[in-house]
Design a protein around this ligand. Structure first.
Ligand code: GDP
Length: 601
């Protein structure tokens, strides 16, 4: 153990800019571990992460690099989650490092999220090494990329490195620069200090309980030690400590400057929160590390069992997911339309989607997901302040003093030619306020806006990509709650209010959204043997209406007496489909109707 020879780094890169390839190349060059194991390690990750090309857990790897100065350095590379839903987790992973490589694809240029993450790194006092990647590509535009790094991030690109993770060119130089430019962790504490360790991630293992991913700032931790998590003062006895090689490898101890894991019989990740500080239970430090916060869900949606009998199964599935996902919240709720289910809180839409997919795949449960909404706040006339997680909680107009909605600072980087189009959408359709624009290299700009979170979270990303032919990128960050003129719209199907379809709208969009919603529902709800009116009600009156005409439905009619197996299959399919339907009064409403609000644009 020689902390002078440790370097803890992150690689900040946009998806597809070559982070995985570069890390693979580094592993190969350093021969410090079996390359194949690394792949297995990556393959161990959730399928969903794999398929979507995003990382949710902060996977670390330790490599040994014999440098030109004759010393062998230990470099810990901490991978960071790659999505705006997980900004807090990114900031905590960065807090575990002294430096970061800013990796930019020379054929793509700097993307908005990369800028945001680099700022997070700068806020955490990290030393940044800019590196332009994929220089082997014929359309690599190194000079322009360097200019963008200077313009967008405001750091000098004079000392930037030029690398190709693919050919290996420049990778050794990069490792040498990491050794030279990124400080050893020694200035932040020594092994003589009291124990002070940052939890930068945690994973639940069904045999061993919670595995804490940690960076030790001060002191030493070993098996048998009594430790304490500072936010909740819970104490545990350490069962095992070790490093990521990249597979978990047991060691005698972990000391100041090192990155590794701690297992201490902790039952769920909620008790080992990202950003919390671990200290000794017998000789604790006074002050935890800065930066800890409890992450709060920003998006809520209802999850109901596809078949009502499966309520208990759904609860078990959510309980299990929660063991490994501290950010997920859920509370039982009952809806007249959907029966018993749960109101769930998520960090964002991606988080919601991952949870939905895991329930369906890992637990094989069909679920009904209701339209997500952002969290609102309201002040009532009696002075009470409430949070609104669900349109049904929206107070009656006569009780209501003021409503507030979350706003974000939105940054978009785009080629100049799409600036007008994007500006139009953000200002005219998304209630955004333009703040400023500045140059980002040649023929690109970065635009800053302030926009309600609810306006950009649902379909804005796709709109932006369509307008800019895929070239623009965005990032956003919560800036607070602002007073807003919001109303609740109730949907009536066959004259019965269906709360699960109600939504909250800004007054300026009230009529447009209500009209689109009733039209969309008309398409999504199948015809019945009687006519069904669909109405939208707000401010005490009906403001939009559509009608589903009566129709006699007969599935078998389509088969024209064809062979029996085909008929059977069709019937079977219907049965499957029905699971996701809900009977409301006399009307059957399919699952996708509950998501109609997401599809009205
Ligand atoms: P990640 O999403 O940042 O981890 O990116 P990957 O490492 O998966 O790379 C994305 C794509 O870019 C893959 O098709 C790689 O083969 C390719 N790629 C990565 N590095 C280089 C490079 O240096 N040169 C070239 N030509 N292609 C690269």
């Amino acid at each position: 153990y020689n902390p002078e020879l440790i370097r803890n780094i992150s690689i900040i890169a946009h998806i597809d800019h070559g982070k995985t390839t570069l890390v693979d190349r580094i592993l190969e060059i350093t021969k410090s571990i079996d390359n194949r194991k690394m792949h297995d390690q990556y393959l161990d990750m959730m399928d969903i992460e794999q398929e979507r090309g995003i990382t949710i857990k902060a996977q670390p790897v330790k490599i040994m690099y014999p440098a030109k100065d004759g010393n062998t350095y230990e470099i810990n590379i901490i991978d960071t989650p790659g999505h705006v839903d997980f900004t807090y987790e990114v900031s905590r992973s960065l807090a575990a490092c002294e430096g970061a490589v800013l990796l930019v694809d020379a054929s793509q240029g700097v993307e908005a999220q990369t800028v945001a993450n680099t700022y997070l790194a700068i806020e955490n006092d990290l030393e940044i090494i800019p590196a332009v990647n994929k220089i082997d590509l014929p359309n690599a535009n190194v000079e322009e990329t360097l200019a963008e790094i200077e313009d967008l991030i405001g750091i000098s690109a004079d000392d930037a490195l030029k690398v190709s993770g693919k050919t290996g060119e420049g990778v050794e130089e990069l490792l040498e620069e990491i050794i030279k430019r990124i400080p050893a962790p020694t200035s932040k504490g020594t092994s003589e200090d009291k124990l002070k360790a940052l939890i930068f991630d945690a994973k639940y293992d069904k045999y061993r309980g919670v595995i804490i991913y940690t960076r030790i700032y001060g002191g030493t931790v070993k098996t048998g030690d009594k430790i304490m998590t500072m936010s909740n003062k819970e104490t545990y006895e350490v069962v095992e400590v070790g490093i990521f090689h990249p597979e978990m490898q047991k060691t005698d101890s972990l000391s100041a400057g090192e990155v590794g894991y701690i297992i201490a019989g902790i039952k769920e990740v909620e008790l080992a929160r990202v950003g919390d500080t671990i200290t000794s239970a017998t000789d604790p430090i006074d002050e935890p590390l800065p930066g800890y916060k409890e992450v709060k869900p920003m998006v809520y949606a209802g999850i109901y069992p596809g078949v009502p009998d499966y309520y208990e199964e759904l609860r078990k599935a959510l309980d299990k997911l929660k063991l490994n996902d501290a950010a997920l919240t859920f509370n039982p709720e009952h809806s007249p339309a959907l029966g018993f289910g749960f109101r769930c809180g998520f960090l964002g839409l991606l988080h919601m989607d991952v949870v939905r997919e895991r329930i369906e795949r890992e637990f094989e449960l069909a679920i009904i997901l209701t339209a997500p909404n952002v969290v609102y706040k309201a002040k009532l006339k009696n002075g009470e302040e409430i949070e609104i997680h669900d349109p049904t909680q929206f107070p009656d107009q006569d009780l209501l003093e003021e409503v507030y909605e979350p706003y974000v600072k939105l940054d978009i980087i785009t080629p100049t030619e799409y600036m007008g189009g994007l500006m139009g959408v953000v200002q005219n359709e998304k209630r955004g306020e333009f703040v400023s624009v500045s140059n980002a290299g040649k023929d690109r700009v970065v635009m800053h806006f302030e926009v309600p979170l609810g306006e950009i979270i649902f379909d804005f990303f796709d709109r932006m990509k369509a307008i800019s032919r895929g070239y623009a990128s965005m990032d956003y960050e919560l800036i607070g709650f602002r007073k807003s003129d919001l109303l609740k719209v109730t949907i009536l199907v066959n004259r019965e209010p269906v709360e699960a379809l109600s939504f909250i709208a800004h007054r300026s969009k009230l009529y447009e959204m209500s009209k689109k919603m009733v039209e969309k529902l008309k398409d999504l709800i199948p015809k019945h043997q009687f006519e069904i009116p669909i109405q939208a009600k707000a401010d005490g009156r009906i403001i939009a209406r559509s009608t589903i005409k009566a129709y006699r439905k007969d599935v078998l009619a389509k088969c024209y007496g064809g062979d029996i197996t085909r008929k059977m299959k069709l019937l079977e399919k219907q049965k499957e489909g029905k699971k996701r339907m809900r009977q409301i009064g006399r009307v059957t409403i399919p699952q996708n109707a509950f998501l109609a609000i997401l599809k009205i644009n």
